[in-house]
Write a protein that binds this ligand. Structure first.
Ligand code: ARG
Length: 572
């Protein structure tokens, strides 16, 4: 079975701990922070010694005597109170890299697979997608790709907002617009604004809008057909953005709030029967002892309003029940704005109590902060409006086109456009994915399009540089062995050998920025290697070995960027 370096070291160190009587003690393997501490550290001895009231340093010596890392490490040392510092042997690293090159999965282990539901993008269909939906869409897509690559079965769920009172207003307005024969839905944002104006200004219209909601929920054919038409236009708009972003969401992945319509009353009745939902001021409410409000009273999670209407919270309960019961998920990720954190904590609590989500199914809110403008305030247009996603992406391509044209004025325009597309979209995505998703981040064109620093252009450039090496290489022995003699080679090799670890961290923590940080580190190691070690100018087996390192670096960069949903260029 394929293993990561950490898994391998972990097994060996645990075996040694066992052999000296510390059964079940954790090895606690981590990459070393500083080169003088080797490549990895085993930090478990201190904990094991403490639990057994032993001297850690003495225990470390016993462990070391039992530790079998013969073919793996070139140096194993005790440091400080009982750290074990491990330096990986160049030959062992070379073998790992050769195995990765021979494997279409680059040697990344694919453990027993889980069924993972990823709820992402999930815009409200009443309006056009705006920048707020960008983060959910691209973070969710990156997580889905990484999980699939690790062998998991991913079920994407686009939990769109396609239900509720707004759709009464929109269908009522559509009836009028159709009578007047205008092409009403060309601009969704404008259509929504006009419908809303009409709703606020004209009581007769507002009444018709409310009637439409009732008809829609009651299955009236005409209103349903109009609603379908509206959704179709709106989803089309989303899909054009997904295509532009290179996001893999399909129509089949859409399972919006309306899909749960028939389950809502069932859920509320069931919550009542289980003694969870009770009446409070005419509404149906679950009181949660786990959450206290300002008056130190249990918080109310409302599942049905006074007027009998259901809420976002009710459809989420129906959805979680479906994800457990029908989709048989082992893990559900909700990639949604951090401002909904309380909603999810409460919803998860109710779902557990009502047994809609068995304890074995993990529920995780993958929250994220907001996008800020360069002034540090929420990202808005110059006039203070919400930024339409379509316009933002067009601007990214324009800016990238200007930069590419400046550098390569003689390049044919079609090629410059192609580069601008990859660089523009890749930069927007990478800038977002490379930040810890929990924090707000400043949207800055200059830094995202910069060729320096942790940016898409920097990584794309590193990849294109390697592609250039192969264009000039003419002949290359794809079966040559890798031999690591220079330290820069060994460091590059170590970075390459850590790809699987980075992916596992992303999947476990649901944090794509770890993959970005990994790729940035890898590209940096490659640049150092490339400065220190001539490739095409060296000869014989050294040249071939270095070309193999270049090859694996290129494949790892391309695969890694691909898992972030970012394309690469052979030339830029
Ligand atoms: N439509 C919601 C919004 O735009 C997000 C839905 C997220 N998914 C969920 N299961 N609640 O805020």
């Amino acid at each position: 079975m394929k293993q990561t370096l950490i898994e391998l070291l972990d097994a060996r160190v645990r075996a040694a701990l066992n052999a000296v009587g510390c059964e079940g003690a954790a090895a606690v393997i981590a990459p070393s922070g500083r080169p003088e501490f080797g490549d990895y550290q085993a930090n478990g001895v201190m904990g094991a010694a403490k639990a057994r009231k032993m001297n850690p340093r003495a225990l470390a010596e016993q462990v070391l005597a039992q530790l079998d890392l013969a073919e793996i490490a070139s140096k194993v040392e005790i440091a400080g109170p009982g750290f074990i510092n491990i330096t990986i042997a160049p030959d062992f690293l070379a073998q790992q890299l050769e195995a990765a090159l021979a494997d279409e999965h680059l040697g990344v282990p694919q453990p027993a697979s889980q069924r993972v539901v990823v709820d992402y993008s999930s815009p409200n269909l009443a309006k056009e997608m705006h920048v707020g939906h960008l983060r959910s869409t691209i973070i969710g897509d990156a997580l889905a790709r990484v999980l699939r690559f690790l062998g998991h079965q991913v079920i994407a769920q686009n939990h769109v907002g396609d239900w509720g009172t707004q759709f009464g207003m929109l269908t009522a307005y559509l009836i009028e617009a159709e009578q007047e024969g205008e092409v009403a839905l060309a601009d969704l944002e404008d259509f929504y604004r006009r419908a809303k104006q009409r709703f606020d200004a004209d009581e007769a219209f507002a009444t018709r809008a409310r009637e439409c909601v009732v008809k829609l929920q009651g299955g009236d054919a005409q209103v349903n057909a109009l609603w379908q038409k509206f959704l179709d236009v709106s989803l089309h708009h989303c899909e054009s953005l997904y295509a532009k972003l290179g996001v893999g969401l399909k129509r089949e992945d859409v399972r919006g709030e309306s899909a749960y319509n028939d389950d809502l009353s069932v859920v509320v009745r069931d919550l009542q029967a289980k003694g969870l939902a009770v009446e409070s001021e005419g509404a149906q409410v679950v009181f949660l002892e786990e959450f206290k409000n300002k008056e130190d009273q249990p918080q109310a999670y409302i599942v049905q309003k006074q007027d009998g209407g259901y809420l976002y919270s009710t459809s989420d309960l129906a959805a979680v029940r479906y994800r457990a019961g029908s989709l048989k998920a082992d893990r559900v990720l909700y990639v949604v704005d951090a401002r909904q954190a309380l909603h999810f904590q409460q919803m998860f609590t109710v779902a557990r109590k009502a047994a809609y989500a068995p304890e074995s199914m993990k529920l995780e809110h993958v929250g994220f902060g907001v996008m800020l403008g360069e002034d540090g305030k929420p990202f808005k247009t110059r006039t203070g409006g919400t930024v339409k996603l379509a316009e933002l992406l067009d601007e990214a391509e324009h800016r990238a086109f200007a930069l590419v044209s400046e550098k390569n004025s003689e390049m044919p325009e079609a090629q410059r456009r192609e580069i601008a597309h990859v660089v523009g979209i890749g930069s927007v995505k990478y800038a977002d994915l490379s930040k810890n998703r929990n924090s707000d981040y400043v949207f800055s064109w200059d830094s995202m399009l910069s060729l320096e620093g942790n940016s898409a252009p920097y990584l794309l450039f590193a990849y294109a540089r390697i592609a250039g090496v192969f264009r000039r290489a003419e002949n290359f022995d794809a079966a040559a062995s890798i031999v690591l003699t220079e330290e820069a080679e060994r460091q590059l090799a170590l970075a390459l050998a850590r790809f699987a670890e980075a992916l596992q961290t992303v999947a476990r923590e649901t944090m794509p920025h770890f993959l970005c940080a990994y790729l940035y580190e890898l590209a940096g190691q490659f640049m150092r290697f490339y400065e220190a070690c001539p490739v095409l100018k060296s000869e014989g087996s050294v040249r071939e070995s270095r070309l193999r390192l270049c090859q694996l670096t290129a494949r790892t960069l391309k695969t890694g960027l691909g898992l972030l949903g970012i394309e690469t260029l052979e030339q830029m």
